[in-house]
Design a protein around this ligand. Structure first.
Ligand code: ADP
Ligand code: RBF
Ligand code: MG
Length: 376
């Protein structure tokens, strides 16, 4: 992007952009469709992200042929959703973004298709969020929800900032459409995988909030990158090493010790795909530096989200079945597709160098002694 836009404020969507609502929505639909003897299969997810509750309910009632009206279905779902709000986690990068913009005095608005009351309830579980937004608008406070631009026009009006100086951050297609119809700059952060090709209307499509580059919009840049790495709240996973796709060593010359994706599926779903690094512990062999990818390996277009840890050590033998423990401490970059196998391999070796150097920094090296890595 060549032109730096002079953006004065940021308007954020809530569900799927700042909050990881997808899992909760699936659970609630599973339960409520179960009452009608139907099984939620996730196929409507695309039809409901970014919609108003009424629109989402209409899609489900129609697709499943439910013997109730969308209005009735909404009122059946509402109490189930309310019970779940305390369990919704912030998406990675959400707290970082809100804190940063607040500390730099950049005005923020929250504009969501969900009713104002639900927005207030949801954000009450996240410290400091409510006070960070100068403006909060729900779908019930404007005439028509997204994809209509109403909600964004209203946000700009209340912020007293020209629409063309507003940056919208949105995960859904209706939200992107609404932002562009309001003639704002729009960064899309699709919440569903493998959808980025649908977001052609957006000014930029990023993989997760971790990849947001505020300086592109003339906003104060994040200052927390350390030698090409972004520290993350550490997370811990582990399990026996299983067989992967059988191509790490063979095709790339880069062996990756795979973990069962079923056993850590909840954790995996919480983290954006991308390249991360940290420390790896193997029961009988010790503790090693590690760099890994999480995701669908776009170069190989995998169907499943996998975790591919490369231990930065030369082993003389395989260690399938052994207990592998990982502590992940930092993020490097999103996953990419590559024009050639050589360029993919070269990039992974560059990741290795970045991780190797970073892990010597006190910030990251302290985790080497974490008890999670020592398996007794
Ligand atoms: P798979 O597709 O079955 O994971 P790979 O070709 O990716 O096969 O090789 C991974 C296996 O190689 C690991 O499960 C482990 O037993 C072994 N291995 C040897 N050296 C390493 C290393 N440095 N990092 C990760 N795995 C290694
Ligand atoms: N695969 C991709 O398709 N794109 C990537 O950007 C990518 N980055 C990776 C970075 C690291 C550090 C590692 C260890 C793997 C990466 N891979 C990537 C995954 C690689 O394709 C995978 O290890 C093989 O497919 C083996 O299953
Ligand atoms: Mg592997």
């Amino acid at each position: 992007m060549s032109v730096t836009k002079l953006i004065k404020c940021v308007i954020l969507d809530l569900d799927g952009t700042l909050l990881n609502t997808d899992g909760i929505v699936c659970n609630v639909l599973k339960i409520s469709l179960g009452k009608y003897g139907k099984e939620w299969d996730g196929r409507e997810t695309l039809k409901i992200v970014g919609k108003t509750p009424f629109e989402a309910a209409s899609a489900v009632v129609e697709d499943y042929g439910l013997p109730c009206s969308p209005v009735e279905f909404v009122s059946e779902l509402s109490p189930l959703f309310s019970q779940q709000w305390c369990n919704i986690k912030a998406l990675p990068g959400a707290n970082r973004l809100i804190k940063h913009l607040k500390s730099k005095g950049v005005p923020m608005a929250l504009a969501s298709n969900s009713p104002r009351e639900s927005i207030d309830a949801k954000i009450s579980f996240h410290d400091g969020w409510k006070d960070s937004f100068s403006v909060i608008i729900g779908g019930d406070e404007v005439r028509t929800g997204k994809p209509s631009p109403d909600i964004f026009f209203e946000a700009a009006r209340r912020l007293r900032i020209e629409p063309s100086s507003c940056l919208v951050i949105e995960d859904s297609l209706p939200g992107v459409t609404a932002g562009k119809a309001a003639e704002m700059e729009v960064v899309a952060v699709p919440s569903l995988p493998k959808q980025s090709h649908l977001y052609t209307a957006a000014d930029e499509v990023i993989n997760s909030l971790l990849d947001l580059q505020l300086e592109k919009w003339g906003l104060p840049p994040f200052a927390d990158w350390v030698e090409r790495t972004l520290p993350v709240d550490p997370w811990y996973i582990g399990g026996p090493v299983i067989k992967g796709f059988g191509r790490g060593s063979k095709v790339l010359g880069i062996p990756t010790a795979n973990l069962s994706t079923k056993e850590c599926s909840d954790l995996l779903a919480q983290y954006p795909s991308g390249v991360y690094f940290g420390w790896a512990g193997l029961s009988t062999r010790g503790i090693f530096k590690m760099v890994m990818s999480i995701g669908w390996n776009p170069y190989f277009s995998n169907k499943e989200k996998t975790i591919e840890p490369w231990l930065l050590h030369e082993f003389t033998e395989d260690f399938y079945g052994e207990e592998l423990r990982l502590v992940i401490v930092g993020y490097i970059r999103p996953e990419f597709n590559f024009p050639s196998l050589e360029s993919l391999i070269a990039k992974i070796h560059e990741d290795r160098r970045v991780a190797e150097r970073a892990l010597d920094l006190p910030l990251y090296s302290s985790y080497k002694n974490n008890s999670h890595l020592r398996i007794s």
